[in-house]
Write a new protein. Sequence first.
Length: 346
Amino acid sequence: MTVRTELPAFELSVERHATVPPEARGMARDDVRLLVADDGLTHSRFRELPDRLRPGDLLVVNNSATMSSAVDATADGEPVVLHFSTWLDDGRWVVEVRTTERTPYPAERLSAGTVLRLPGAAATLRAPWLAGGRRLWSADVTGDVPLLLAAHGRPIMYSYVPQRWSADYYTTVFGRVPGSAEMPSAARPFTERLVLDLIAAGVALTPITLHTGVSSPETGEPPSPERFAVPAATARLVNDTKAAGGRVVAVGTTVTRALETAADPSGLVHESRGWTDLVLGARRPARVVDGLITGWHAPGASHLDLLVAVAGAETVAAAYATAVDTGYLWHEFGDSALLFGRGALS
């Protein structure tokens, strides 16, 4: 299945890629730029987020912590990198094979039974995980994978980041439950001081858990199924906030996906856990989330349709056009946006 974004195509020059963390550019995490789309477009800094929200608003955050999911391996003696995406209920793992240049490994060279040699372990590919795809595979892995990742893993990196950064750069202030293959990066600009400023401003925070898989910017694939949990306390806070006239603001597409999965058709959120394969877009708009804090996604990414589900195509298109024109930076080390749907502005 191929997903086509509802938004017009846009060009992203290499200068718009954030190739290093803001800390390496002499900035604090919360000093990255923030484009706010509410009743217009406003340029801000992330540390000014409390001024862009209202007392009584609720921020929902993802407490999933990032694993060091990339491990050096060999396939038929050739050096490759194996990305561990998520664990399955039958004990297998979903994995992705990449070249040492961090580009997709040729799909025609992978098949059921392919063995990838790892430090002190091996992964045997069994079947493509998604129907019609050959990028993600289910695999039997010998040994203890968490121990393997702790001893030999490193954060997943893509070709737009030329040098390696330690795991500390791929953490968020909310990460408590290990399980994400890639950082839930919308929360990266938050600092402990900013969290306290938000609370002092009357903005509440509450967690969900959604363990991210590996992204697929090259293929335009739909979002993969992901493990999630919405606690009863969070469901109650979301429903109470909506009933009191406050706005529910999701910190990231991961939070949006989890909340919308846990919502019934009326928009009431229930305690829920398991796997979600929900795909949001113009045909399935958000029922719960009024606003979304997000990074900037690559042209053609399926995440763009999720932004449309919350804020509408017109708002998202205007925000992206402005971000391109005014030099915002993309990807996990880049700048941010706060997008509101029309119904959240009253």
